[in-house]
Design a protein around this ligand. Sequence first.
Ligand code: GAP
Length: 427
Amino acid sequence: MGMMDDITALAKRRGFIYPGSEIYGGITGFWDYGPLGVELKNNIKRQWWQAMVYEREDVVGLDAAIVMNPAVWEASGHVSGFTDPLVECKTCHKRFRADKPEQLEQHTAAHDGKSEWTNAKKFNLLTEVLLGITEPKELTYLRGEITQGVFVNFKNVVDSTRVKIPFGIAQIGKAFRNEITPGNFTFRSREFEQMELEYFIKPDEKEGQKIFKYWKEDRMKWYVSLGMTKTKLRFREHEPDERAHYAQKAEDIEYEAPFGWSEFEGIHHRGDWDLSRHKLTYTDSQSNEVYTPWVIETSGGVDRATLFFLVDAYVQEEKRIVLKLHPKLAPVKVAVFPLVANKDTIIGKAKEVYAVLKKKFVTAWDDRGNIGKRYLSQDEVGTPWCVTIDYDTLESDTVTVRDRDTTKQDRVNVSKLVEYFSSKLEE
Ligand code: GAP
């Protein structure tokens, strides 16, 4: 089995990610996050919001509706321009994206080098929605990018807050695309989550370039600060014919996945495309100058980030599988083990420690099998620390804290445990 198969199997076995609607045979391009997966994904979103909203003075948040007036998608250019080129294999009628030559070559090889393709047709990625109960129903779309909700609320935000250009609006939420070829686990799904910043600036060529550079470097640093391996990350600039209809310049952050270098965040210079299409302007409160701001966007995929944090953390050692997730991202921070499951004094003390830790950190309890097996079980889901309550605890009020990465053990006073883990989490 390749590494992606190992990770997919681990994700299912330990409750990170399950195939969508599995008991009915699944549904292509949809995935469900299990008890550990939802924690990991929420931690990524929380860290993003912390860095992009709370730690900044120039960014505010928003949570717009998924379904919008269809006029939004006409104006934004998605109804006419949000397309992928599709070709069909004339032998087996399978459909592929014409702009992914590796996939076409692979398929041709599977037909002994003899595939013939139909001409490329443009295929719109928006997912249609029918609203209402009487005919004719109202046709609209599930949002193909979360972004338009920010633009249509641009005036609302300016009028209801104290923001002044330059400023940003941050948003996290679900987006939907009728992808032609969903695949590579969650990498290309039909329902996924995005975390985006739309940063509004006064139109100026030099300023635009400066802000673009600032955000692309800032976003790269964020992934590295949460433990992603630097050498597995790179920027890749889009060729003019690859760019989305709204972008004048686009650079991707890519990760070297087991299936090749793959985009998981895009930094886009959208110019005045969106605001001018929605006929929105900004009035400078001091000079009264009226203009259409430009937009620099950072658009990350939450599911792709989750996948690549998992892939990057996955280490197969001789005797164990470890997810070396950054402690801030780890779904469970601490696991508490009573040394034995049949001594009331030990169980009682362990329950006390568990109750204290559980109020501060996501904490697991495990009293099954031997301690070695419990360590292995926590290593596999990335729990950074395990606390064992043993006979010494009853005498000295100290416990063993075992570190996931080094496997070294520390003896810590029970009354100091919360402080101990809090300071480790801040490291
Ligand atoms: N608002 C700009 C925008 O949507 P994009 O490059 O089309 O730009 C941004 O998408 C990010 O959204 C991608 O880098 C990726 O992480 C995520 N994304 C896009 N399509 C996806 C899909 N089918 N499955 C999972 N994530 C996807």
